[in-house]
Design a protein around this ligand. Structure first.
Ligand code: MG
Length: 301
């Protein structure tokens, strides 16, 4: 079942079309003039519109133009209802974005066939858009952990840093990695290593605020962006994450394993940090210090 809007000032035509479409199980909305039609289109998001060209007030061309120029209604297919004499009008309507036309008085079979064709195209178009959205999302994600990937993290932080400067907002970056991960891989194998990375990704996602961003930076290295967060609060967050991960029991087949992480925190505003690249470098330096000072700890730059 689809929702179809008929915009026609002729009650006879409108009800004829309504009967034909209702019989096929469609929900039909009626508008007797252009203004009402535009309002219903915006509020009810029909799947298709049958549009008469000669209307009182705003005419069919203008209705078509406005529907196609509004991003919330632009994807709704429009079938014009025209009379035989209006050949040039059909062309004009098609140029304005209408998908098709049906000549009045219309044949029931033809009306149904055209409506079905354009409903089918709309469904295909929507599923294509959804697939594109999924592809776009996948391109930004790390395949193993499901967190954002290195490239997306860099791009996002670059933009976020510009915004932080402009609006004088605090912005924190945390870099961390798993302690002795290499030794871990050597002992239990890479497959177990991957199980840990994957579980760690899930755990981080669960522990972080939804508004913040978590990425796999590479190998066993992770990076976080914390918005509107000063260095002190970022350290508190880091410490909370570190403790949760230390306590977590990672399961891989029969093994129950514990891991610890070392973390470096850097924040804007800081006199030495004036761009995103430096913010990452400073968080990395702090991470290096955490490693040198014995691991399983948080160090602020
Ligand atoms: Mg009319």
């Amino acid at each position: 079942m689809h929702r179809i809007l008929i915009i026609d000032d002729s009650k006879l035509i409108a009800h004829l079309a309504k009967n034909i479409l209702s019989k096929r199980g469609h929900e039909v909305l009626l508008a007797g003039d252009g203004k009402t039609g535009l309002d219903i289109a915006k509020d009810n998001k029909p799947d298709l519109i049958l549009l008469d060209l000669i209307l009182p007030g705003i005419d069919g061309y203008e209705v078509c133009r406005r529907i196609k120029n509004n991003s919330t209604t632009a994807d709704i297919p429009i079938i014009m209802l025209t009379s035989k004499a209006e050949h040039a009008d059909k062309v004009q309507g098609l140029e304005m974005g209408a998908s098709d036309y049906v000549t009045k008085p219309f044949d029931e079979g033809e009306l149904i066939a055209r409506v079905n064709t354009h409903l089918r195209i709309k469904v295909l178009h929507e599923s294509l858009q959804e697939k594109n959205r999924q592809l776009f999302e996948m391109a930004n994600r790390d395949g193993l952990t499901g967190l954002y990937n290195h490239r997306y993290f860099q791009e996002t932080l670059f933009n976020d840093f510009q915004r932080a400067i402009r609006y004088k907002e605090s912005l924190s970056c945390i870099m961390f990695d798993i302690d002795h991960f290499k030794k871990f891989n050597d002992t239990y194998g890479h497959q177990t290593g991957d199980v840990i990375l994957k579980a760690l990704g899930k755990l981080i996602e669960k522990l972080m605020r939804r508004s913040d961003l978590a990425a796999r930076y590479g190998g066993e290295e992770f990076a976080l962006i914390l918005y509107h967060t000063t260095i002190n609060n970022a350290v508190i967050t880091a410490e909370r994450l570190r403790k949760s991960i230390e306590k977590h029991k990672f399961k891989s087949e029969d093994l129950i394993l514990n891991v610890t992480i070392s973390m470096g925190v850097a924040s804007y505003y800081h006199p030495d940090i004036q761009d995103a690249k430096t913010l990452i470098e400073c968080a990395d330096k702090a991470l290096y210090k955490a490693k040198k000072e014995g691991r399983n700890k948080v160090v602020a730059f």
